[in-house]
Ligand binder design. Sequence first.
Ligand code: HEC
Length: 112
Amino acid sequence: MVRGIVLFAALAGGLCGSSFAAAPGGGIATAGGISASEQTCRACHTLDTTKVGPPFRAIAERYRGDSDAVAKLKKSMLEGSSGKWNTGAQMPANAISDADAERFARWILGVK
Ligand code: HEC
């Protein structure tokens, strides 16, 4: 757990490790602020706890070692997803660009 936090902090460039919004917007791909789409994700996802959707850390663990993971996660984000996580909820298709979906997928998969 402690190790995970340290690794995550390194990955996110030292930004607040508990905030998904801080990392994709300011950590890896862009130097810009928090986009509206990232705020939307946070309505249903957090890093460590099941909110409406599964925690990002659990998603990273489940897809670790899956060479198609980026493509699968992108598809779920762009087209919606249900029945995979047994949360009793489903994810609607998100109104994000292909490039954003790729960025989110890579960020989520990088969570340790
Ligand atoms: C309305 C709530 C909601 C919003 C908004 C939402 N999600 Fe989800 N998300 C879910 C639920 C529920 C699941 C589980 C779906 C399932 O069981 O198949 C999920 C699953 C996922 C998965 C795993 C998909 C898979 O194939 O295993 C990823 C990755 C994900 N969300 C990323 C995001 C990102 C990034 C955003 C913002 C662009 C986002 N979600 C916005 C509710 C949401």
